[in-house]
Design a protein around this ligand. Sequence first.
Ligand SMILES: CC(C)(COP(=O)(O)OP(=O)(O)OC[C@H]1O[C@@H](n2cnc3c(N)ncnc32)[C@H](O)[C@@H]1OP(=O)(O)O)[C@@H](O)C(=O)NCCC(=O)NCCS
Length: 178
Amino acid sequence: MENLIIRQVRDSDIGEIKNIVRAAFDRPGKDQYFNEWEFVDKVRNDSGFIPELCLVAISDNEIIGYILLSRALIGKNEGLALGPLAVRPDCQRKGIGKRLIEHGIEKAKEYNFDWIALTGGDYYKQFGFESALVYGIKLGYNHPENPYLKIKFLNTNKNVFGNMRFCDSFYDENGDLL
Ligand SMILES: CC(C)(COP(=O)(O)OP(=O)(O)OC[C@H]1O[C@@H](n2cnc3c(N)ncnc32)[C@H](O)[C@@H]1OP(=O)(O)O)[C@@H](O)C(=O)NCCC(=O)NCCS
């Protein structure tokens, strides 16, 4: 897409971002409070939040995409979790998600993080994300999302393994993951 700008999120963007994230993620039966669009606001007060790694894609002065990278742990090793990632439904499959991910990866390298992990499908393989289970990285014993956990190493040290922990905002009061 032409004229796409990617920049750090500003306070005044939050309402517009929530609308986009909701449009991308809302499904019948979704929890009213613990969901991706309420998370957008909540995570900003989390110690795992890094303002420079919370980004929006803008075209014609409208926000059309959002990506967050936040602090995460695998064992005691700190890296980043990618997500949520959302593109406004009428703008999907035009390469905006791709641009946001590539930009996020570059920023993560700039800030010297060693790895980025996420839970997601095959879409992420094109960016070099691999199955985390292969490296002995999981969300917990028998966690249902373990098969979807993916990791991209940003340097040659792949000696990272153990349980992955997202920052606190990703968990509800029962400890269940967003
Ligand atoms: C997933 C999402 C962020 C992708 O963003 P997007 O801008 O639509 O995707 P892109 O146009 O950048 O896709 C880039 C490439 O991936 C491919 N692709 C897109 N969606 C895909 C999918 N679900 N699975 C596999 N490949 C996919 C595209 O064909 C494209 O390849 P191409 O350039 O060779 O045509 C967007 O569709 C979205 O917001 N979905 C709803 C929310 C969501 O599921 N977020 C991710 C949660 S893990």
